[in-house]
Design a protein. Structure first.
Length: 94
């Protein structure tokens, strides 16, 4: 796993494993609806922007939106079109 937002890849991986364990124990629900596009089918993940807590500061996100979210700095125009112009980004703030 690569570094992200100043967080080392190994720290991100450790946080992800704790998130998975929390889901398996029923401490947090499995993600079921993308908070950006509303999709309810296919692979769903949790995204954690800070990785400070593996069970908090998470938002549900589909695989497509998750990929775009992580590439937003590399392809800023595509990010703006997909998330901002189409008003998907507003769902994150609800």
């Amino acid at each position: 796993m690569n570094n992200y937002n100043g967080i080392l890849g190994k720290e991100r991986l450790a946080s992800l494993e704790l998130t998975k364990k929390a889901m398996a124990k029923g401490e947090i629900p499995y993600p079921s609806e993308c908070r950006i596009c509303g999709k309810t089918t296919g692979r769903m993940d949790y995204h954690n922007e800070t990785y400070k807590s593996p069970t908090k500061d998470l938002f549900e996100i589909c695989q497509g939106c998750h990929s775009r979210w992580h590439r937003r700095n590399a392809s800023n125009k595509a990010f703006i079109k997909y998330f901002i112009e189409e008003e998907r980004y507003k769902k994150l703030n609800n």
